[in-house]
Design a protein around this ligand. Structure first.
Ligand code: FAD
Length: 404
């Protein structure tokens, strides 16, 4: 019997989880497993706001993929996927192509700017290690430049965050902890620094418990964040942003604009001709592309409907990892032609949103948490994600043990 080729695209939470589980489930003689990823490292996407603010070095948020895969069973290819040809069962990459019998699409998310003028050109987005490093460096450059100019430009010290959703709030929490250090380092009066968060929705953290939202906003305001809620970004320019609240239009001059209000699935999905909504494919119960029994989709490129609310589950690392786990099991069933495929049933344990390393809000197992308890829980969740992919040795290498 010919060994099937299993090709997994992307080594984020979804793709790496699929790989490490599959390498345990099947033997060397049962399948050829190939993992393709842009970089030879995996990064913890859920920690990127820390690297972006500069509160955690970017090397702390990534680790070599070779640390967690079994080289005897998994062939790792460092390359960028350009297109999938489902009829020919092929994947085109920048430097070659691969044929598959079973494919797993786990290419993650990209920033979505909804056509707002100038955002793509002038705003940053917290989307990967390169972007995080650039945001940190850019903010630091603004601070370093401020005192070198004869005519002081205070807008260099203004940072706008577009979006008070999960990512925006987590980034703000880190930023307000980092800014006092930057002010000391570059001899800057902290009163000259402005951090503005612009959110189009009528509340910060839409969908979160209102009492917890009030706590989060209050804590960030206390540390200097100005919130402009119910205010939409209309345009981003080289000098800042233009916002509107009803008929009131305002220009905010800012040296740094970080867009944290929109994500979509990978553009590779759209460009490969799959039926998708902004790069997200509505998968069948077994996580496959409808009508394509040989292609699974996990993580932010997949769209799963929550039957209770009839709305899609928001894309999260929690879901990506659970999908990866199930995808590996279903692949093993197909490889062995034994057993039955299992449907995906997400088990949402809760959500915790950090407000810096020392504060957070969350709902875990239905219980509301805030302050140090929530912050402790956040680190437990972060360490658990490492444990699920790389076991105790990865937790020892990369885990977060400074709890308060
Ligand atoms: P990703 O983690 O995006 O991984 C995709 C992988 O594919 C990457 O390794 C990438 O390099 C690779 N790749 C992409 N394109 C290509 C290509 N063309 N060729 C080759 N390789 C490619 N979720 C939570 O559950 N809890 C949280 O607390 C939380 N916090 C977050 C904080 C921030 C700042 C952000 C940005 C997101 C957060 N999320 C959180 C969401 C979560 O990170 C995502 O849902 C999760 O990363 C999705 O996992 P994934 O495997 O689909 O994709």
């Amino acid at each position: 019997l010919k060994k099937p080729n299993v090709v997994i695209l992307g080594a984020g939470y979804g793709g790496l989880m699929t790989t490490v589980r599959l390498q345990k489930l099947v033997g060397m003689n049962e399948a050829n497993i190939t993992l393709v990823n842009k970089n030879d490292y995996h990064y913890e996407t859920t920690w990127l706001h820390e690297a972006s603010a500069g509160t955690l070095h970017h090397d702390r948020v990534r680790y070599p993929i070779s640390d967690v895969i079994d080289r005897n069973k998994v062939n790792f290819v460092k390359d960028t996927v350009v297109k999938i040809l489902p009829d020919e069962k092929k994947v085109l990459m920048e430097n070659g192509e691969l044929s598959y019998d079973y494919l797993v699409i786990a290419l993650g998310f990209e920033s979505e700017t909804f056509g707002i003028k100038g955002l793509k050109e002038y705003a940053f987005s917290i989307s990967n290690v390169n972007a995080a490093r650039q945001i940190r460096e850019h903010i630091e450059y603004q601070f370093a430049t401020y005192n070198t100019e004869e005519e002081k430009r205070e807008e260099r010290l203004t940072i706008v965050v577009g979006g008070a959703g999960f990512t925006g709030i987590e980034f703000l929490g880190e930023l307000v902890n980092r800014l006092p250090q930057l002010c000391r380092e570059y001899d800057i009066d902290p009163h000259k620094v402005r951090v503005i968060c612009v959110e189009a929705a009528p509340t910060a953290l839409p969908g979160f418990d209102p009492e917890l939202v009030e706590y989060a906003v209050g804590q960030l305001e206390r540390k200097g964040v100005e919130f402009k809620i119910g205010t939409a970004i209309k345009e981003c320019t080289p000098d800042g942003i233009i916002v509107a609240k009803g008929d009131d239009v305002e220009e905010i001059k800012a040296g740094t604009v970080v867009w944290a209000a929109g994500v979509r699935g990978s553009r590779v999905v759209d460009e490969s001709g799959f039926e998708a909504m902004r790069g997200r494919i509505k998968v069948d119960p077994f996580l496959r592309v409808p009508g394509r029994e040989d292609i699974f989709v996990v993580g932010d490129c997949s769209l799963v409907i929550n039957e209770e609310t009839n709305r899609p589950y928001p894309p999260t690392a929690q879901i990506a990892m659970q999908e990866g786990e199930l995808c590996a099991k279903n692949l093993a069933v197909l490889i062995r032609q034994q057993g039955e495929l299992q449907p995906f049933r997400p088990d949402i344990k809760g959500t915790v949103c950090s407000l810096g390393h020392d504060d957070a809000i969350g709902v875990v197992f239905g219980k509301k948490l805030w302050g140090t308890k929530a912050s402790f829980m956040k680190k437990v969740i972060d360490n658990r994600a490492l444990y699920l992919i790389g076991g105790p040795s990865l937790v020892m290498k990369k885990g977060k043990f400074k709890f308060f």
